[in-house]
Write a protein that binds this ligand. Structure first.
Ligand code: NI
Ligand code: MN
Length: 228
């Protein structure tokens, strides 16, 4: 049984008892985090894009634990240059790892990091990540605005679970996320990327009400787990 543990913002772990995957580990500096980055020992770290609230502690965790970082080409190379083991993918491409298949999808967002001197370093395209894990297909849309090909992704990949932002300002807000749920058609939806900062404050019960019978909504508190 796959277990998902939420680490606040857009970060979570997936475990099937023998493989541990960590997504977008923004732990240090995350005001809602309930753990320390030192407590995480994943086998793989999967990154949707290079923004600081997603790459977070990925490189230090990877260097300590030996985890392989899975990300788009430029972001993987950026992490590798800092001493992490990586596997790079392109959008639309999939690869089967020992734990299951990973495919990157498009996301309408950006992907960059600001260097110490203020220069913006672009890290390729942002992505969504579809993982086939322990018999489930789990689609993490990444930070994204609404786009019509979510319906195509839903039809082709048939996700059981979708993890999507509802915080607005940087990503979809509640109403667009509800439309995304309708297009993707997954049975279970987990809202993320809200309430970490004042600018993305949202009431998840409004999302739950608006999703209605379109899907089962699972609202997790930081540190909480759910069996998928
Ligand atoms: Ni972002
Ligand atoms: Mn973000």
């Amino acid at each position: 049984m796959a277990e998902l543990t939420y680490h606040a913002h857009a970060s979570y772990s997936l475990s099937d008892g023998s493989h541990d995957l960590l997504f977008d580990p923004f732990i240090t500096g995350n005001p809602l985090a309930t753990i320390s980055a030192d407590d995480l020992n994943p086998d793989y770290i999967l990154l949707t894009h290079g923004h600081g609230d997603h790459i977070g502690d990925a490189v230090p965790i990877a260097r300590r634990s030996g985890a392989t970082i899975i990300a788009s080409f430029e972001l993987a190379n950026y992490c590798e240059a800092q001493g992490a083991e990586t596997h790079d993918l392109g959008i639309g491409g999939a690869y089967t790892f020992p734990f299951g298949r990973v495919k990157l999808t498009q996301a309408t967002h950006s992907s960059s990091i600001t260097a110490d001197d203020g220069t913006i370093v672009y890290l390729g395209n942002p992505a969504g990540i579809i993982v086939r894990f322990d018999g489930k297909t789990i689609y993490n849309t990444g930070d994204t605005g609404l786009f019509g090909d979510m319906a195509l992704i839903g039809r082709l990949e048939k996700p059981d679970v979708v993890i999507m932002p509802i915080g607005d300002n940087y990503t979809m807000g509640i109403d667009d996320a509800v439309e995304a749920v309708r297009m993707i058609g997954a049975g279970t939806v987990i809202p993320v990327h809200y309430n970490t900062f004042p600018v993305i404050e949202q009431d998840p019960t409004e999302f739950v009400d608006k999703v209605g019978d379109l899907a089962r909504c699972v609202v997790l508190k930081p540190g909480e787990s759910v069996e998928l």
